[in-house]
Design a protein around this ligand. Structure first.
Ligand code: NAD
Ligand code: MG
Length: 300
């Protein structure tokens, strides 16, 4: 669902009118953008770069789909070379993202693997430094989210895997990356509105996002001594495969995002400019912050 007119002044509530659209309630795990119905807007046709990241080197986790894909498209069009990573089972989405980046004139490399594994996290950073020479922007964006209604049904395996994927990976990747990050670099972690307003049924996910918010603020205070800024973006309800593939109860998908003041879910394309801002030197006085993009659901 690309919007050619995204740059025109318009009522944000009706910018993406999906009232007549049939939402598929679910798809198999892991969710794929290729199967997402209705299609999401990643800025494929609308994002226009203006050289804000020329020559920067960026590593983006979960760059195949959803918010990560929108960030990859925006960063590439702003002139950054990229390394993307995602799960092996998501290669269809990864290849499609690469196709959108093909004409942006920057270098794009991908590596598949599971970031809940510490060894892969180290390998990923090694790969990125080998291909790009440095890491100037690190976007820790990948995460898993599985809705489990009752506490008794939430397994230790799921709880631990959620934390390994969403939180521990951030520690492993960041620790390995920082020695390769020059002064002026920027780390951007994807947290969530769930960090502040946790839903029942997302006990592991929501609390992992609260951990990411705390991790971001503490890390920012450590790394400013090395000239590196660290911030987080907290999205509200955004239309991505994460939601359709077990992130929400299937019954909730039909009305997904309608509870926020904007009355609709956000599109990945509406997130990307915030990541560009935090990655670029324009945000030079911004660190240890969490920036909400919530459709009015707002952070505390
Ligand atoms: P998405 O499914 O498109 O992206 C998540 C990505 O995480 C996947 O594409 C996958 O590549 C990666 N991933 C998951 N487990 C992994 C693993 N073990 N190893 C390697 N990669 C793995 O969905 P999205 O909504 O774009 O999610 C991106 C970020 O946005 C996540 O951190 C999510 O928590 C956050 N977020 C999403 C929403 C929303 O409503 N969609 C709201 C708040 C926060
Ligand atoms: Mg994906």
């Amino acid at each position: 669902m690309d919007r050619k007119n995204q740059h025109f002044m318009q009522d944000p509530r009706s910018q993406y009118d999906l009232s007549e659209t049939k939402y598929d309630s679910s798809q198999p795990d892991p969710g794929l953008d290729t199967l997402l119905q209705p299609k999401a807007d990643h800025g494929e046709r609308s994002y226009k770069g203006s050289g804000r990241l020329t020559g920067r080197k960026a590593l983006i986790t979960g760059g195949d789909s959803g918010i990560g894909r929108a960030v990859a498209i925006a960063f590439a069009r702003e002139g950054a070379d990229l390394v993307l990573t995602y799960l092996e089972s998501e290669e269809t989405d990864g290849k499609e993202t690469e196709q959108y980046l093909a004409d942006s004139g920057v270098k794009v490399c991908s590596i598949v693997g599971d970031i809940s594994n510490e060894e892969f996290c180290k390998e990923l950073v090694h790969f990125a430094v080998d291909r790009l020479g440095s890491i100037d922007i690190l976007v820790n964006n990948a995460a898993q989210q599985y809705y489990v209604e009752k506490l008794a049904d939430l397994t230790s395996e799921q709880f631990q895997k959620t934390y390994a994927t969403n939180v521990f990976s951030m520690f492993w990747i960041t620790k390995a990356a920082v020695p390769h990050m020059p002064k002026g670099s920027s780390i951007i972690n994807t947290t969530s509105i769930q960090s502040y307003q946790p839903s029942a049924g997302l006990l592991d996910y929501a609390s992992s996002k609260s951990a990411i918010t705390g991790f971001t603020k503490s890390l920012a205070k450590m790394l400013i001594n090395e000239g590196i800024r660290v911030n987080a973006v907290a999205p509200g309800p955004i239309w991505t495969p994460l939601q359709q593939s077990g992130g929400q109860r299937p019954e909730k998908i039909e009305n997904f995002g309608q509870g926020v003041p904007m009355g609709r879910p956000g599109q990945p394309a509406e997130l990307a400019p915030m990541y560009v801002y935090l990655a670029s030197q324009e945000s030079s006085y911004v660190t240890a912050e969490v920036m909400g993009v919530t459709g009015g659901g707002h952070l505390p």
